[in-house]
Write a protein that binds this ligand. Structure first.
Ligand SMILES: Nc1ncnc2c1ncn2[C@@H]1O[C@H](COP(=O)(O)OP(=O)(O)OP(=O)(O)O)[C@@H](O)[C@H]1O
Ligand SMILES: [Mg+2]
Length: 362
């Protein structure tokens, strides 16, 4: 086990810089997910930690050791990729033990470590099978087994579940979390799936265009996103982000959009939002069905309803502004119906309209 420290890490391919000074300190035994849209540099960063890419600037430490110039085999890490490419002619045991065999370990030790890993991953009964005769989830477990037998200081996962179907992903998600509880090894896990990132990690690092936008505990990021990128990226359906001007009506603040939508605000809005252009954020699940005249309510027109059984997703429009609500109620209103929604004053997010940064709350 080991800590992992990235200090102002940069990566350029020729004149193209793709990682712009990333600093992350990962504690011993911590499970960190790197999440962000396609092309933001997640795999590049992971490959630099693994030693599969050179580092253009900054330093990476694994434990006490600066590893910038260490070859991958000396870094004591194991990486699990999205395409786990097992050797088709080797059985499960041979696939799992292959790296140890290459390293010249004695057969008795390889057998022991493979058996232990198989036990952990529930693969004991499958050790003689060839990969072609395994399910997708079992193959994924073999790929993890290959990493576990090496007993690394740090595990790196690069979207290991994205080849699996939705149901299996949920199962494997739980398995990997449980595995972490048992092994207590430091894990860096890359995904572009924000649900995976939220549910698995001790801490999330949200990346965008080769930079860290925000890092912290999953629910802290969900509740207090530092800018509109993080606000819009975490959460499904996504947070509503409405551009408008904060005005005062009868002594009470309201957000007015250019298209005539009017959202009532509490008097406790940030000082920096008063009489200013802002972006107001509120999550779909923090809206409720209401009636005209109720505090913090506003009129919308129903565009589409999507009942999922437990909840109903309402796509509505206030003026021409799209507003999504997620409610527990079942709705039988048809599109075109007027619907009154209400905001929760304590669940509002205020962002600067130019920088997109969160405005400090009072
Ligand atoms: N060998 C390379 N040469 C030039 N540019 C590269 C190279 N490898 C990656 N890039 C660029 O670096 C950026 C980051 O790529 P990276 O693969 O790290 O993204 P990612 O966050 O893992 O995306 P995804 O979610 O699609 O896997 C991209 O813009 C990509 O085009
Ligand atoms: Mg990638």
């Amino acid at each position: 086990m080991a800590t992992l420290n990235l200090n102002s890490v940069e990566k350029s391919y020729g004149s193209l810089q793709v990682i712009h000074g990333v600093s992350i300190d990962i504690a011993d035994g911590e499970f960190v997910t790197l999440v962000g849209p396609s092309g933001c540099g997640k795999s590049t960063l992971l490959r630099m930690i693994a030693g599969l890419e050179t580092i253009s600037g900054g330093e990476i430490h694994i434990g006490e050791r600066m590893v910038n110039n260490l070859p991958p085999r000396d870094r004591d890490i194991a990486m699990v990729f999205q395409s786990y490419a097992l050797y088709p002619h080797k059985n499960v045991a041979q696939n799992m033990g292959y790296a140890l065999k290459l390293a010249g370990r004695p057969k008795a030790e390889i057998d022991k470590r493979v058996r232990e890993a198989a036990e952990i991953l529930d693969l004991t009964k499958l050790l003689d099978r060839k990969p072609a005769h395994l399910s997708g989830g079992q193959r994924q477990r073999v790929a993890m087994g290959r990493a576990i037998v090496r007993d690394p200081k740090v595990f790196l996962f690069d979207e290991p579940l994205s080849n699996l179907d939705a149901k299996l992903r949920v199962v494997m998600r739980t398995e990997i979390k449980e595995l972490h509880h048992r092994l207590k090894t430091t894990i860096v896990y890359v995904t572009h799936d924000q649900i995976e990132a939220m549910t698995m990690a001790d801490r999330i690092v949200v990346m965008h265009d080769g930079m860290v936008e925000q890092a912290g505990r999953p629910l802290d990021l969900y509740d207090r996103p530092t800018n509109i990128f993080v606000a819009g990226f975490l959460g499904s359906p996504a947070m509503n982000l409405v551009h408008g001007h904060v005005d005062s009506e009868g002594g009470l603040p309201v957000l007015k959009t250019l298209d005539g939508c009017r959202l009532p605000l509490p008097t406790t809005i940030p000082a920096a939002a008063v009489n200013r252009d802002i972006i107001l954020g509120f999550r779909p699940e923090h809206l409720s069905l209401s009636t005209e005249g109720t505090e913090f309510s506003f009129p919308t027109r129903l565009v589409v309803t999507e009942p999922t059984g437990a909840e109903t997703l309402l796509a509505t429009r206030c003026g021409t502004t799209d507003i999504t609500a997620l409610v527990r109620d079942r709705i039988d209103a048809v599109p075109g119906t007027d619907i009154t929604l209400a905001l929760q004053p304590k669940r509002l997010h205020f962002f600067d309209s130019v920088s997109g940064q969160a405005l400090p709350l009072r």
